[in-house]
Write a protein that binds this ligand. Structure first.
Ligand SMILES: Nc1ccn([C@@H]2O[C@H](COP(=O)(O)O)[C@@H](O)[C@H]2O)c(=O)n1
Ligand SMILES: C[C@@]1(CO)OP(=O)(O)OP(=O)(O)OC[C@H]1O
Length: 156
């Protein structure tokens, strides 16, 4: 068994879609990034890479490479899963937290879990996603951006 953790932050910007866990969430702002800036998926990818000792997403998908401009993070997650499988690992479970003061994410969590479970070919009870505000404290609380935290367990 191997454990890995991931953490990511993206700032809010205008005229961007808000995409979390592959779900487009109706909101007045989206997240800025080279890719679609799906901060939840980025945290999950880093935790999987961490558990397999394979570095981080910036090493695999540099934000200077035009091929990743505007790419769906779900596509990147598929590539990370291929790497994990090549190393002989399978997923035990994934537990993630999204820190967002707004918008309310609870209505979208089940769809995120379904998207991720389908893509990773795991069952829904192997992926848990939580949301929290930061009680108006810090950059999340000031609604400047969203962060994600994730822990994954891999089995040989
Ligand atoms: N963006 C968010 C943040 C939180 N939630 C849900 O609300 C619950 C209470 O949040 P607190 O930060 O006040 O503890 C939390 O457990 C989530 O279920 C949400 O849906 N969207
Ligand atoms: C995903 C990548 C690649 O397009 O770009 P961003 O969307 O900017 O995301 P970030 O978490 O800053 O870093 C990883 C990147 O290399």
């Amino acid at each position: 068994m191997r454990i890995g953790m991931g953490y990511d932050v993206h700032a809010f910007g205008r005229e961007r879609k808000l995409i979390l866990g592959g779900v487009t969430i109706p909101y007045e702002k989206g997240l800025l990034g080279h890719s679609d800036a799906d901060v939840l998926i980025h945290g999950i990818m880093d935790s999987l890479l961490g558990a397999a000792a394979l570095g981080d997403i910036g090493q695999h998908f540099p934000d200077t490479d035009p091929q990743y401009k505007g790419i769906s993070s779900m596509e990147l997650l598929k590539q990370v899963m291929n790497l994990i499988e090549q190393q002989g690992y399978e997923i035990g479970n994934i537990d993630a937290t999204i820190a967002a003061q707004k918008p309310k994410l609870a209505p979208y969590i089940e769809e995120m879990r379904e998207n991720i479970a389908d893509l990773l070919k795991i069952s829904k009870n192997q992926i848990n996603i939580k949301a929290t505000t930061t009680e108006r404290l810090g950059f999340v609380g000031r609604e400047e951006g969203i962060s994600s935290y994730c822990i994954s367990l891999l089995k040989s």
